[in-house]
Write a protein that binds this ligand. Structure first.
Ligand SMILES: [Zn+2]
Length: 115
């Protein structure tokens, strides 16, 4: 008679991964200021989006004709986040009644560090 192996316990740890790489364009300061609205209000964000869309269209034209002398910064930006090493869901440890932390998404028991 064969013996049934004990059920395998799933373990996980926090994994810091790259989730994307993009080029970020920073327009001149005056383009990113909205004076007519209070900061953070829906009207502010709407006005800022409208202003940035106008600037982006002009920036496209600049790339074509190279006549603008405005300072524009281009940065390569890496997007990162902490995820569960087991299921790769966003890192969200929770604890059971005994205080044992586990992954809120897959239920794997969390061990500190790499296995
Ligand atoms: Zn998980």
């Amino acid at each position: 008679m064969t013996q049934t192996p004990p059920s395998e316990v799933e373990f996980a740890h926090k994994l810091h991964i790259t989730t994307g790489v993009l080029v970020e364009v920073t327009p001149p300061d005056n383009v990113r200021r909205i004076y007519a609205q209070d900061f953070g209000t829906p009207e502010y964000w709407k006005a800022l989006e409208r202003q940035l869309n106008v600037w982006a269209k002009g920036f496209h034209d600049f790339l074509r004709n190279h006549s603008s002398q405005d300072l524009v910064c281009l940065n390569v930006v890496r997007e990162e986040q902490d995820v569960c090493s087991k299921c790769h869901a966003l890192w969200e440890p929770i604890a059971d009644d005994d205080g044992q932390p586990y992954c809120a998404n897959c239920g794997a028991i969390i061990k500190e560090g790499k296995p």
